[in-house]
Design a protein around this ligand. Structure first.
Ligand code: GAL
Length: 376
């Protein structure tokens, strides 16, 4: 065979393999496996959140690059669309980092856990994300806002804030507002943890606004939206109300599980009750999940323990992953998908997605491992 003919055959085989990959439909979830998009490329949307809009699903997440550099925002927020939750079309970068060194979202800053909600009143898509400033590690602890006219963007970056400045949480007592704390409390001592629970960091950050790290958004049945984030040096979760446009904090917020050391919040509502699933704080390394329930979004919240079931290792590591979002299947209300990340900090782009059914047992959310499953 002539080399030229050889090449033509190889090219033909490669092309048909490529189009096979693009045409072969996924019909199940396979947690932890490579999840090819419509181009056959592993989905790049970590720490993600889902939006259902006009009969389609949109998955927003951190676009990661190869290596450790991928733990910083080098590209932006990636968005995919789907009609069935299994097959995802690459819709490109919804919010791009900036090349301008003066911009707060300059390439090399940190943009994590982006979430998007739709505001029916303004007809805008509103994105909030955990934002850390370039070169400052995780010390800024801000939440960033970006807005778009279309679910796939482009999103326009507005600003980043430390929320709820000069406001006490609604569940702070008169006594807590008056408290002062000794200067040199040793961290992790019992006294220090008690002081944290009493509001040590809320007092510290009162003027400049509270810390906001791992976050999620939740829109309630009445259309009110809430921003839920790890605050107070990741020791306490805050649930804050957003304004009618979803673009600002109303300054109404509560501290949840003070000094409970919870992050990676994911929230959903079932039969009038609010459920929250979170992780502990061990960076990219997995740890045991925890769940909480409340009759009202502002609490009081009660602990329901670890929702994971399985081997000790699975239960202690949340199946080697960390929560990011919980979706109620709009086509089958009452069916919930628990979404989590299996991080790969040494090669960030290779992070995997752990989507599992979230079910109920004795009024408690439970999550079991399933290596291949489909929606009911
Ligand atoms: C985790 C957090 C991730 C990321 C990571 C950085 O605790 O959930 O979103 O911030 O720390 O170490």
């Amino acid at each position: 065979m002539k080399p030229i003919k050889n090449l033509a055959i190889i090219a033909f085989v490669l092309m048909s393999m490529g189009s096979m990959a693009q045409n072969s439909k996924l019909r199940s979830f396979t947690p932890g496996a490579i999840w090819p998009d419509n181009k056959g490329v592993h989905i790049n949307a970590h720490g993600g959140g889902l939006l259902e809009f006009d009969g389609a699903y949109y998955w927003y997440g951190e676009h990661k690059i190869e290596g450790k550099a991928g733990n910083r925002a080098m590209v932006g927020v990636h968005v995919y669309s789907s009609n069935d939750l299994y097959n995802w079309k690459d819709e490109g970068i919804a919010l791009a980092v900036s090349e301008n060194p003066e911009s707060l979202i300059v390439k090399g800053c940190i943009i994590e856990r982006p979430k998007v909600i739709y505001n029916a009143k303004t007809k805008k898509f509103v994105m909030w994300f955990h934002h850390e400033l370039k070169g400052m590690g995780y010390s800024a602890a801000k939440t960033g806002l970006a807005v778009a006219d279309s679910p796939t963007g482009p999103f326009e970056y507005i600003h980043s804030v430390n929320p709820n400045a000069v406001q006490w949480p609604l569940n702070f007592t008169a006594e807590q507002k008056q408290m002062s704390f000794p200067e040199e409390l040793k961290s992790w001592s019992e006294e220090w943890l008690e002081a944290v629970a009493d509001g040590l960091f809320i007092h510290r950050d009162f003027e400049k606004g509270q810390m906001a790290r791992d976050m999620t958004l939740f829109v309630d049945e009445d259309g009110k939206a809430y921003h839920i984030h790890a605050s107070e040096e990741n020791l306490t979760l805050h649930i804050s109300e957003l304004n009618d446009e979803y673009t600002a904090f109303t300054d109404r917020y509560v501290a949840v599980m003070p000094a409970g050391h919870n992050e990676a919040p994911a929230i959903f509502k079932k039969d009038g009750k609010y459920y929250l699933i979170a992780s502990g704080c061990t960076g990219w390394a997995p740890n045991a999940a925890r769940s909480f329930v409340a009759d009202q979004i502002f609490g009081p919240w009660t602990s329901l323990g670890n929702p994971c079931r399985g081997s000790e290792e699975q239960v202690e590591t949340t199946f080697d992953s960390q929560s990011t979002y919980i979706l109620e299947n709009p086509e089958n209300p009452g069916e919930f998908i628990f979404m989590a990340d299996r991080w790969a900090p040494d090669n960030a782009i290779d992070g995997r997605y752990i989507w599992l059914p979230l079910e109920f047992e004795d009024d408690k959310p439970v999550i079991n491992w399933n290596s291949e499953w489909t929606l009911k």
